[in-house]
Design a protein around this ligand. Structure first.
Ligand code: PCA
Length: 208
């Protein structure tokens, strides 16, 4: 009798370096804190807050690792939920230069790319799972027009034009001021738990 060996999905998690006025970026703090989890293979990657370098580094990692899922996190200081981004738009527009000094103004990201790409993560399933665990979660229809939107757009474009069997998407998390230790409904351990539950939804829905 043939025995079947469960294939563990490869998950690539990314977070960003600090930028602007903040000296920590909660996205990387959360990614960094995730322990090994049963039934999946986790890799973590820290990205610079730079339009071009972040994409180059992540594309190289995707091509090398060939993950099943890419879950990228970024900080949105004013948000107060774990925000599952639904859509990335074909525009880069910065009010402040990125950490490499680049400050695009109303630029089209890709002249041959789609106007927008939709997350290929099961964000509605993730939303329901997190809601059942009383985690402040939302589905967001704008990842902005800065480095995070650019990364999400470029990664979904790369996957689409190369026909890669990879699901990818983006999540914005609150900044450190919102995630203060005294905040019972919004803190680092709740965001860490939100990411673990997200990975479990991906693992449970994984068919090789
Ligand atoms: N947040 C920024 C870029 C890096 C990050 O963590 C954004 O929302 O675009």
């Amino acid at each position: 009798m043939a025995t079947s060996v469960a294939v563990r999905p490869k998950m690539l998690l990314t977070g960003f370096e600090p930028f602007g006025q903040c000296d920590v970026n909660t996205s990387w703090e959360i990614v960094k804190s995730i322990p090994e989890l049963p039934g999946m293979l986790l890799s973590k990657l820290l990205l610079p807050v730079a339009f071009n370098a972040s994409v180059d580094i992540l594309v190289r990692k995707i091509d090398e690792l060939q993950p099943d899922f890419v879950v990228s996190l970024g900080q949105a200081s004013s948000r107060d939920t774990f925000s599952l981004e639904r859509v990335a738009v074909n525009i880069a527009d910065a009010k402040h230069p990125d950490n490499a000094g680049f400050c695009p103004k109303n630029l089209v990201i890709s002249s041959e790319g789609e106007r927008q790409y939709i997350s290929t993560l099961p964000i509605v399933d993730i939303f329901h799972s997190l809601q059942q665990h009383d985690i402040p979660v939302s589905v967001s229809d704008s990842a902005g027009v800065y480095v995070c939107n650019h990364l999400m757009y470029c990664i979904l474009h790369h996957i689409s034009v190369n026909g890669l069997p990879v699901k990818a998407g983006f999540i914005h998390v609150p900044g450190i001021v919102k995630l203060s230790p005294g905040n019972a409904t919004l803190n680092m351990s709740i965001m860490q738990n939100a990411l673990i539950l997200t990975l479990e939804v991906l693992r449970n829905g994984f068919v090789n």
